[in-house]
Design a protein around this ligand. Structure first.
Ligand code: B3K
Ligand code: ZN
Length: 879
């Protein structure tokens, strides 16, 4: 079916279903190619629907074997089947039982939606619309039912059988088969359904909830990898405790299971009581996982667990409300990681991601509001905008209302909407009630796409000692939204004087700025502060208090003041980044006019001074990581020449590395490992800074840095140090690099998750030979395009983490990706559409590349029978 002509689903067209499904009883007889699913649905007319309407159930790639209504076979004239569903033409207008048997083929399911097999393990993925690939159903989140699942399988093939909820029965059957019955008492939408069957190893734990309920915890992994699941279990227990303390949310079943599988389209899935994870976000050991992996495991384990309240108990009325669960749950997992680790460092890392992913999305053809108003393929809306910007909107709400009122609003939401399929309006109403405020202008953040800019002009009156700040906001047009309204922007600010922080901040009219918060609501507004000493510098948007671009003219000396003295760590980091950005943008301009870039010694010295007095290693590591090529490209905005950006950044790194080489080398020595590896935040911070100093040292003085990297690579007892050294070596062509790559590839030949790092690192080498290297690696025995982790590690890294090579001037990078997308589309459209997203910035490139990118996008668009996923992305990209 061609779907580019299909009518989009629109938020404004929402209406309740004509029927409700209250109970679902499933009997799934697992078989590799012919699984039979018997579904008994307890259905009744919905009082809110149209009386007497036909009952249209969704279905996809199902083979119907039988259908009965209240136990009697349904006449062939009483129903119709199509490629997208089954319609019972005139269902009874009273409660009734519809029983259907369908046959499905899990082995042929390469889309990884519905029931499929991953390395022989049967597993499911139903969000957003996968349940219709298991049985005919009202596959939408506002239909909530109580599920009982009986799973039957060959006992040798699938000794472990898991379902949602609590186990109620199990037993053996003739012919080597066995069964298990699971019951989930909590009504849920079908996207939260899950089952697993396979040979799996288990580690277990126990958790006692705040009201004394004992919960049995299990983490299931590939047999033999149990020891690598310990950190995930620890993170789960900490998450459960934290959610009770921070949000009062208690777990509500006797069992909580997590299963790790190796073929998964995303990170993980919050199925009720049975989370299914990409094994990349469960398995960790010092030798195979980096500190960043440990942090990601902690965050994702927490995220999926937190969904139990924000997502599962309170679910979404329709998929337009996706941010209701995702934005809020990202906010919650970010808070958790901030409490478990360093809050400022977590904030810096999150803002880096937000800018890299969401700002990039928001400024291109795929821009959409946090709550979109129409979609052709919902799977394409699991985006940085829905997730990350969605979390920023919650954070702003907290900033505007204050922590206490925000808590009251959350409590009201968790109590009032519990058990409901809710909307953003329901959510905001709780905060409006708790605060007594009108949140209608605030709600614009959900409807209006695009990243607002806030331009600031400052004027100091030396005689009056006043500082006037003039703010003006504007949001650029985005697809379908040309005219923008002003949004509510919380700007946290301070003033850094030569004597230190000006506190408290007072306006000329005598008001104190509570918490240093200024709220910009109109297109333009101003603020005049009293008693400001001369040579003070305003520190704006502290902690990145709103997801906006700040345009503030700051001179190098102002940036140095903020960098060395700002009380807000985020803005200290931001000042250094801004300084580096200024230097790189000038370098790009210099390269454009064929002159050599000139840098500023003061900047390098400031970084050196930070290292001399450093106590927060993780923070310093964030400072040393200069803005990425993509950051620079976004700053330039248009007519981007990725080669110039690459060279400008290389040149600045080489300059800094050579200016402060001795300090870098001394810091590297001082931070050497003592004692065995531990993934805790402080140790991870030390390793991060040590690797960052070596990286800059090697950039400035390869003769000094490369041997150190080689030694570190050879001696490393943990993956962070090993891959850190390898990443440095990879930047420098030559034998040292090739030898290390070969040694690493041989050492981890049997460990696909580790090889992913190796694939990714090679795909990101910014050299013309990389595309051929990537092509070669595609025929490596460990590579398979069918596995999403492998595809993302190699092809994804090339397209998204190697700006200069994906955007090669000859267009070969674009052609390569387009071929892969077309090749993958038939098998796994979700993955194909994700990879295609790499084109999202194509319009901001210089004209030759722009034309080449367009040619490839048009080639994809012209292909008949594209999946809805790819068709949607390519159409919007070209619009
Ligand atoms: N809710 C899932 C994502 C499902 C994606 C479907 N295409 C994981 C998460 O956000 O927690
Ligand atoms: Zn989520």
């Amino acid at each position: 079916m061609r779907t580019d002509a299909a009518t989009p689903v629109r938020l404004e067209d929402y209406r309740p279903t004509d029927y409700l499904i209250d109970t679902v009883s499933l009997d799934v007889r697992l078989h590799a190619t012919a699984t039979v699913v018997r579904a008994e649905l307890g259905i009744r007319p919905n009082p809110a629907g149209v009386a007497g309407a036909a009952l249209r159930l969704d279905g996809d790639e199902l083979e119907l074997l039988s259908i009965t209504l209240d136990g009697l076979p349904l006449a062939p004239t009483a129903y119709e089947i199509s490629a997208t569903g089954l319609t019972v033409l005139s269902p009874p207008q009273r409660p009734f039982r519809l029983t259907m048997e369908t046959r499905i083929n899990p082995t042929a399911n390469t889309k990884l939606m519905g029931l499929y097999r991953s390395s022989g393990v049967y597993c499911t993925q139903c969000e957003a619309e996968g349940f219709r690939r298991i049985t005919y159903f009202l596959d939408r989140p506002d239909v909530m039912a109580v599920y009982t699942t009986r799973i039957e399988a060959d006992a040798a093939e699938a000794p472990v059988l898991l379902g949602n909820g609590d186990p109620v029965e199990s037993g053996t059957l003739p012919n080597g088969r066995h069964f298990a019955v699971w019951r989930d008492p909590h009504p849920k939408p079908c996207y939260l359904f899950a089952l697993v069957g396979g040979k799996l190893g288990r580690i277990g734990g126990e958790f006692t909830t705040m009201s004394g309920r004992k919960v049995e915890l299990g983490i299931y992994v590939e047999p033999g990898k149990e020891a690598r699941a310990g950190y995930a279990l620890d993170a789960l227990i900490r998450s459960m405790r934290w959610d009770e303390t921070a949000f009062g949310c208690e777990y509500d079943l006797d069992v909580f299971n997590i299963v790790a599988v190796s073929d998964f389209n995303m990170g993980a899935m919050e199925n009720k009581g049975l989370n299914i994870f990409n094994d990349k976000y469960v398995l960790a050991s010092p030798e195979t996982a980096t500190d960043a992996d440990y942090a990601a495991i902690e965050a994702i384990i927490a995220h999926e667990y937190f969904h139990n309240w924000t997502g599962n108990r309170i679910t979404c009325r329709d998929w337009f409300q996706l941010c209701l669960k995702e934005g809020l749950t990202v906010f919650r997992d970010q808070e958790f990681s901030s409490d478990e680790r360093s809050r400022p460092v977590k904030r810096i890392a999150d803002v880096r991601t937000l800018r890299a992913q969401q700002f990039a999305e928001d400024s291109g053809p795929l821009a959409h509001p946090v709550r979109p108003s129409a979609y052709r393929e919902i799977n394409n809306f699991y985006t940085a905008t829905v997730y990350e910007k969605g979390a920023e909107v919650i954070r702003m709400l907290k900033a505007l209302l204050g922590a206490t009122t925000f808590k009251a609003g959350m409590d009201l939401y968790l109590q009032r909407c519990d058990g409901a399929a809710a909307t953003i309006e329901d959510f905001l109403a709780c905060f409006a009630q708790a605060s007594g405020r009108d949140l209608s202008q605030f709600s614009l953040w959900y409807r209006q796409a695009g990243t607002p800019s806030v331009a600031v002009r400052t004027a100091y009156d030396a005689a009056a000692r006043t500082l006037r700040l003039d703010f003006a906001q504007s949001t650029p047009p985005t697809p379908g939204q040309n005219d923008k309204e002003p949004v509510v922007i919380p700007i946290r600010l301070g003033v850094v004087s030569p004597q230190g922080e000006v506190s408290p901040l007072r306006t000329v009219t005598g008001e104190t700025l509570d918490d240093g918060l200024f709220v910009l609501e109109r297109t333009a507004d101003s603020l005049t502060l009293a008693d400001i000493p001369p040579h003070s510098v305003p520190s704006l948007l502290r902690g990145f208090s709103a997801p906006v671009r700040l345009e503030q003219e700051l001179q190098p000396e102002d940036l140095l003041t903020l960098f060395s003295r700002d009380a807000d760590p985020f803005n200290r980091w931001q000042a250094a980044q801004r300084y580096a950005m200024r230097l790189m943008v000038r370098a790009v301009e210099a390269l454009r006019s064929q002159s050599a870039p000139v840098f500023d010694v003061a900047f390098a010295q400031a970084l050196g001074e930070l290292l001399l007095g450093v106590d927060d290693h993780a923070f310093a590591a964030q400072v040393m990581a200069l803005p990425s090529e993509a950051d620079v490209a976004r700053e330039l905005g248009r007519d981007i020449d990725p080669d110039a950006v690459l060279h400008a950044r290389k040149a600045l790194r080489a300059f800094v590395g050579s200016q402060i080489g001795d300090t870098l080398a001394a810091t590297y020595e001082r931070l050497a490992n003592k004692g065995p590896y531990s993934p805790d935040a402080a140790s991870a911070g030390r390793r991060a800074l040590r690797n960052a100093t070596l990286d800059l040292l090697a950039a400035g003085d390869p003769a000094r840095g490369i041997p150190l990297a080689q030694a570190q690579f050879a001696a490393a007892d943990n993956m962070t140090d090993q891959i850190g050294a390898l990443a440095i070596l990879a930047q420098h062509p030559g034998d040292a690099r090739e030898d290390a790559l070969e040694a690493f590839g041989a050492r981890f030949a049997g460990d696909p998750l580790v090889l992913d790092k190796w694939f990714g690192l090679q795909a990101a080498i910014p050299e013309a030979a990389t595309l051929d290297r990537v092509r070669r690696l595609m025929s490596h025995p460990a590579f398979s395009l069918a596995n999403p982790n492998r595809a993302r590690a190699l092809v994804g890294a090339f397209a998204m983490a190697n700006m200069s090579q994906f955007h090669r001037a000859d267009g070969a990078g674009y052609a390569f990706l387009a071929d892969i997308v077309l090749q993958l589309d038939g098998a796994n459209p979700q993955l194909a559409a994700r990879l295609l997203g790499a084109f999202r910035t194509w319009r901001s490139l210089e004209h030759t590349r722009r034309a080449k990118a367009e040619t490839e996008l048009r080639r994809i668009a012209a292909r008949p029978d594209l999946s809805p996923d790819v068709s949607d992305i390519v159409t919007r990209s070209l619009a």
